[in-house]
Ligand binder design. Structure first.
Ligand SMILES: NC(=O)c1ccc[n+]([C@@H]2O[C@H](COP(=O)([O-])OP(=O)(O)OC[C@H]3O[C@@H](n4cnc5c(N)ncnc54)[C@H](O)[C@@H]3O)[C@@H](O)[C@H]2O)c1
Length: 253
């Protein structure tokens, strides 16, 4: 396992799903982890001998406070995983409500932007920032307009930050998960639509499989990788899966 010994990592949305799997993996790899979430994760922080700081990533002051407190307590930040996000506003463009777009942007995009803005102040030179985008940041998804728009923006600001922060050797990448079995997906009322998003590998991903990518990107083994949007999606973005073709063939027979 890539060692993160001596590194201090901040993970937003660390209380559930992909964030939680990453908290546990980073801890096993030797990092000191600060968990930021809306939900109370004091117990989790105790379990990993880390710190919980209540944070709403859509509020700029709270993101700044999170990073300031982390440096105050541990002296430095080496890794920032801007992971907190929401899925909202399932419906056709013709029924779009501006509030769905506003709220999606507030959490998914502005939450990442605040992490990039203040992360660039508080992160040590040579640090790593990873943002949560999605396959919905790489392609359109019918009925997911607000989410798609907010995640496309994440990829744009990731690439821009990577160029700007390269001067300090801070690497900035984003990950693009496909459908991953987390509470976000499990609690989604549009589960049917998600299940129709057929993965060539024939199953949803696990949060641990995404955490493995985040771990690699955070490690020194990835020190020449920056400005990238990397999919971990069971092949969704490779093209239309054979599963869909055979389903269509069966329909036409
Ligand atoms: N699960 C998937 O299929 C999938 C696919 C692609 C991308 N993603 C992205 O991965 C990230 C994590 O998703 P997940 O599936 O683990 O979701 P999840 O719902 O399991 O976990 C999200 C966590 O973020 C926290 N959170 C939500 N809003 C917040 C806010 N304003 N401030 C701070 N914390 C907040 C929640 O409390 C929760 O603990 C999100 O950005 C999501 O968009 C998920």
């Amino acid at each position: 396992m890539f060692s993160l010994k001596g590194k201090v990592a901040v993970i937003t949305g660390g209380g559930s799903g992909i964030g939680l799997a990453t908290v546990r993996r980073f801890y096993q790899a030797g990092a000191t982890v600060v968990v930021a979430d809306l939900s109370d994760e004091t117990k989790l922080a105790q379990e990993i001998d880390g710190l919980y700081i209540k944070t709403d990533v859509s509020i700029e002051n709270e993101v700044q406070f999170l990073l300031e407190k982390t440096v105050e307590k541990y002296g430095h930040i080496d890794i920032l995983f801007n992971n907190a996000g929401i899925g909202r506003g399932i419906g056709m463009m013709s029924d779009a409500e501006s509030v769905d777009y506003e709220v999606s942007f507030k959490v998914n995009t502005m939450g990442v932007l605040y992490g990039l803005k203040h992360g660039s102040v508080y992160l040590s030179d040579g640090g790593v920032i990873i943002n949560s985008a999605s396959v919905a940041g790489l392609q359109g998804v019918p009925t997911y307009g607000p989410y798609v728009a907010s995640k496309h923006a994440v990829i744009g600001i990731t690439k821009t930050a990577a160029l700007e922060l390269s001067l300090r050797n801070i690497r900035v990448n984003c990950i693009c998960p496909g459908t991953i079995d987390t509470p976000m997906v499990q609690n989604n009322t549009a589960q049917k639509a998600i299940n129709n998003y057929v993965t060539p590998l024939g199953r949803n991903g696990l949060p641990e499989e995404v955490a493995a990518l985040v771990h690699f990107l955070s490690s020194d083994d990835a020190k020449f990788i920056t400005g990238q949007a990397i999919a971990v999606d069971g092949g969704i973005t490779a093209g239309t899966s054979l599963g869909i073709w055979s389903g269509l063939a069966a329909l036409s027979n």
